[in-house]
Design a binder for this molecule. Sequence first.
Ligand SMILES: [Zn+2]
Length: 279
Amino acid sequence: MACSHCHDVGWRTVPGDDAGRVERCECWRLGVATTQLDAARIPARYRDCDLDSFVTYPNEALLNAIDRAMRFAEAFPVVEKGLLLIGPPGIGKTHIAVSVLRQVVLAKGVRGLYYDTRDLLSTIRATYNPVTRTSELDVLRPVMEAELLVLDDLGAERPTDWVEETMNLVVNTRYNDRRPTIFTSNYEDASDPDALDSLLVRVGFRMHSRLREMCDFLEYSSPDFRDFQGGPPSGEELERRWKSQPRRTTLPSRATVRARAKLRPGGRDLGWSGGRAGG
Ligand SMILES: [Zn+2]
C-alpha cells in the first residue's frame, strides 16, 4: 500500500509550510530502520524481542540485569561499558541482548550486528584462504566495525589457540575503537577450577581480563523457559519454579585465583597469527 503522506516518494511537504519545503517522510525513516534491522542478522525467533515484553518476577539479579539493559539502550551511544549476561541456558539472556540491539537500531539508526559465537568462528574458518587471508577479513570487518555487536553464547566453542586468538582479535579491536559489545555466556564467572567449565577457563585469561575491563557483568539465574509446556510462563509460574529450584553457591574468590594461576603463567602478546584456522 502506498504511503498516504508521500505516495512512496520518501519526501513530503512540511505541513503548514507556505514555502513548499520538503522533509523526509516517516515511511522513509521506517524503511531505513527496517533495512538496518535486516542487516543486523537477528535470528527470526528473536526478531520481535523487546525488553518491555520480558516476563519478570521478584528476582533481584534478573531485575538488575533488565534495568541495566534498559539504561544501556537509552543511553547508547553514550555508554562507558558493554554488557556480559551470564547464567544457565534458557533464561532469556539472548532475549535481553537482542532487545537492546533492536531498540538502538530502530530508535537510533545504529549499525548493529548479531552473531552466535560459534557461527562467527565457523564462518571465519569456512572463508579462510591460506594464501590471501582476505576473505577472513571480509567477515571480520563488519564484526569489528559494527556500532553495537551482540556476541551470543561466548565460550561455547571448544577453546583452542586459534579460537582464543581470533576472539581476542575481534574483542580487542572493538575495545580499542571504543565500540561496545553485549555478550552472553552460559559459563559462570567463578566456578570450581577443576571443573573446567568456568568462564575464565572457556575464554582464556587474556579475554577474561579484557571482558572485566569492557563489560558490566550481569549474572543471574532463573528457571529454564524450555521446561514450561504450552506457551511462555507467567511471572507467577516463574517465581514459583525459581523458589523451588536449588541454589548454586558462590565459591570463595580464592578458587578463581587458583584457576588463574593454573591456566596461563606469563601470558603472551596480543598478536593474531590469523593463519592457523584449523586449530
Ligand atoms: Zn511516506
